[in-house]
Design a protein around this ligand. Structure first.
Ligand code: SF4
Ligand code: SF4
Length: 206
């Protein structure tokens, strides 16, 4: 009899444990039902990269003075600057320039230190290729401007959570062309310019 009661007790305990585990699992499911959808229907929908996104590098051939600073500051000495010395002008002439994006770590050092600002980081992140050698971009490929997500008629651009206006949690619900949170660099510059006379007045008064 005692043995039977012990078996019933064990069975009841296991049933309670199982119900507890099912409840825990379902609580996670119900919790996710309240959250915003994070699914992006790529490639029909694409997130707009953030402003300081470090994507594929853009290069302006005419601006480059072949100084090779980009090579020296690169942690892996990656950019290949091919130049010849022009004896008449006593200046370097750039022949070819290339960066291998199969090796580049997109640190942005070369862009930061280039004295003529001929390098810049774009928002292009789709660099997949069947052959890794195709990732070695020459100056022609580097000079191509990327197609913006917002300009592509085949794509629905979506904002990241960081760029959603205050209170909006679902990027799918955002009307096209609505104002994003935060200020554009141009707006910050304009504000700084506007505050300059006020600061100058304060300084002259003191
Ligand atoms: S640092 Fe700029 S200007 Fe100098 S070689 Fe590199 S890309 Fe050209
Ligand atoms: S982004 Fe960094 S790793 Fe890539 S070429 Fe420039 S300095 Fe080198």
């Amino acid at each position: 009899m005692l043995n039977f009661l012990k078996q019933v007790g064990d069975y009841a305990k296991e049933t309670v444990q199982a119900a507890k585990y099912i409840g825990e699992g379902l609580s996670v499911t119900f919790d996710h039902m309240k959250r915003r959808p994070v699914t992006v229907q790529y490639p029909y929908e694409k997130l707009i990269p953030s402003e300081r996104y470090r994507g594929r590098i853009h290069f302006e051939f005419d601006k480059c003075i072949a100084c090779e600073v980009c090579v020296r500051v690169c942690p892996i000495n990656l950019p290949v600057v091919d130049w010849t010395f022009d004896k008449k002008t006593k200046k370097k002439t750039l022949d070819h320039y290339s960066i291998d994006f199969g090796v580049c770590i997109f640190c942005g050092n070369c862009v930061e230190y280039c004295p003529t600002n001929c390098l810049s980081m774009t928002e292009e992140y789709e660099l997949a290729a069947y052959d890794r050698h195709e990732l070695n971009y020459d100056n022609v490929a580097l000079g191509r401007l990327p197609y913006k997500v917002t300009d592509d008629p085949m794509v629905t651009p979506m904002r990241e959570l960081a760029y959603l206006p205050k209170g909006v949690m679902d990027p799918h619900e955002l009307p096209a062309g609505s104002r994003r949170a935060g200020k554009l660099p141009q707006e910050i510059l304009e504000e700084l310019e506007a505050s300059k006379p006020a600061k100058a007045e304060e300084a002259s008064e003191s």
